[in-house]
Design a binder for this molecule. Structure first.
Ligand code: ZN
Ligand code: ZN
Length: 476
């Protein structure tokens, strides 16, 4: 572990010394006390701290024993020996005193990229771009989006389904077109994001706020723990894939060809679009829109929304992000069940990625789709959800009495509104009939409950039984 990362962890654990940390030292009675705490037992496997007791200038410790410590240090010295492989995310947390270093080259680069993208949008709005260029750009956004959501995310990162080689290569190509770094780095960062979600070891730690998790993380020097824990991510499957490693090796060249040159050339070649308009719309505008859609999953879908599956995490359900990112906004579900190829339970129709996976699966090009059972979802919702699930809310005894009364009131009000609507509709129809029946002389109306014995009449609670024909119409 790097010295900087280790010192950060040392400082963090020093503050928790009395409660959380195992002290491996000479005082056997204190050691026994500490072992009484289960949390300490748990951490004992992971952290060992050697504490050198306080010494005075003569080298005597708190108990008056002489210390042979050659340094004769008069301050508390805590030496932390970290088990480098088993530290859990809960132990990492977020150090809000950590000062990030801005990488100005990236910050200025992203600023210019966004300004050029805005210009690309303006020329489209002002009509300088051919409508075919606009349609084509929209198509590219969706296609390269599939490279990210279906390819990089659900297939390569989570292995939630299997696909035939041509599908994998196509997805790799579309992912290259999106211009979001090579597949290897994308997958590593996302696996790390799941493993150390919203801690200092998460590349886009949402605990640091909206801007950092959206784009700030790409403008900052990586936190030392991101570097350290990134090395622990298992990437053996990616390293065994020659297509992935080829893209990684030649990524810069491939970016130039597949992200910039080919997408930009097509409008110029096929419908004589101007060079600049094509560049600004199919490259700058498209890639920036695409990037922001993806970034919203890391920022918006970790901050604004409800948590029906697990309230103990930051990720939330976000319909807006689901629409933008082709089904990736149902993020509380996804972080609860990352191996589910749908990345949502009730995502449709805002889950284009799942629709296309199902379509390819229908024709046998995608197979072995993994998904979680309804029963597991139900249990998870009841155990850890925030009660906002449409079906599996909290257990009745967990719902406050006030909320129960409110729910009852809402249901009763809905019934009342429905009944009022029916009455109003009935009154309107009644007036209409009166007008059509010569001042109502020969009207014969009998109000009675719906005569449809199967109770399948959805039209009115009360039918107008005027004659047999009317009764049939009601039952139809
Ligand atoms: Zn996430
Ligand atoms: Zn994921």
């Amino acid at each position: 572990m790097g010295a900087e990362a280790e010192s950060l962890l040392v400082n963090r654990h020093r503050t928790k010394l009395d409660t959380d940390v195992i002290i491996k030292k000479n005082f056997s009675d204190e050691e026994t006390d500490h072992k009484k705490h289960s949390s300490v037992d748990y951490l004992q496997e992971r952290i060992a701290i050697e504490r050198v007791p306080d010494t005075d200038n003569n080298g005597n410790d708190d108990n008056g024993n002489h210390s042979n410590n050659s340094t004769n240090d008069t301050t508390n010295k805590t030496k932390v020996i970290l088990d480098k492989s088993n530290l859990l995310p809960a132990d990492i947390g977020t150090d809000f005193n950590f000062k990030r270093k801005i990488v100005w080259k990236n910050a200025i680069g992203f600023l210019f990229l966004h300004l050029l993208a805005v210009y690309g949008l303006i020329i489209q709005l002002l009509g300088y771009a051919d409508f075919r260029t606009i349609l084509y750009t929209t198509f590219l956004i969706i296609a390269s989006g599939m490279g990210v959501t279906m390819g990089a995310h659900r297939l390569f990162t989570h292995r939630s389904f299997k696909a035939k080689t041509w599908v994998r290569v196509l997805l790799l190509w579309m992912h290259t077109m999106a211009g979001q770094n090579c597949m290897y780095v994308w997958v590593r960062d996302h696996r790390q994001h799941h493993k150390y979600s919203d801690t200092d070891a998460d590349p886009h730690n949402a605990s640091r706020g909206f801007f950092f998790s959206h784009v700030g993380w790409l403008m900052s020097k990586k936190h030392p723990l991101v570097i350290e824990y990134g090395k622990k991510i298992d990437m053996s499957d990616m390293e065994a894939d020659p297509w992935i490693m080829f893209q990684k090796k030649y990524y810069k060249t491939m970016y130039l060809i597949f992200t910039v040159l080919i997408p930009t050339s097509i409008p110029i070649i096929f419908w004589n679009e101007s060079y600049l308009v094509s560049l600004f719309t199919t490259y700058f505008y498209r890639t920036v829109v695409q990037l922001n859609f993806t970034w919203c999953v890391n920022s918006v879908a970790h901050i604004f929304g409800n948590k029906p599956y697990d309230k103990n995490m930051l990720p939330v359900e976000s319909r807006a992000v689901a629409i933008m990112a082709a089904g990736e906004g149902w993020h509380n579900f996804h972080h609860s069940f990352p191996w589910d190829y749908r990345a949502a339970e009730l995502g449709m129709p805002h889950n284009l990625t799942t629709t296309l996976i199902d379509l390819l699966a229908k024709y046998g090009q995608i197979y072995d789709r993994k998904f979680v059972s309804d029963e597991v979802i139900r249990k998870r919702c009841l155990r850890t959800g925030d009660g906002s699930h449409h079906k599996h809310g909290r257990m009745p005894e967990e719902i406050p009495e006030g909320e129960l009364i409110l729910r009852k009131y809402i249901v009763e009000k809905q019934k009342l509104d429905q009944f009022r609507n029916h009455l109003e509709n009935y009154a309107k129809e009644d007036d209409l009939n009166n007008n059509n029946n010569n001042n109502g002389k020969d009207k014969l109306q009998v109000k009675q409950p719906c005569a449809d014995s199967n109770n399948s009449c959805n039209k009115d609670l009360v039918c107008k039984l005027k004659d047999k024909q009317a009764l049939n119409a009601c039952s139809a």
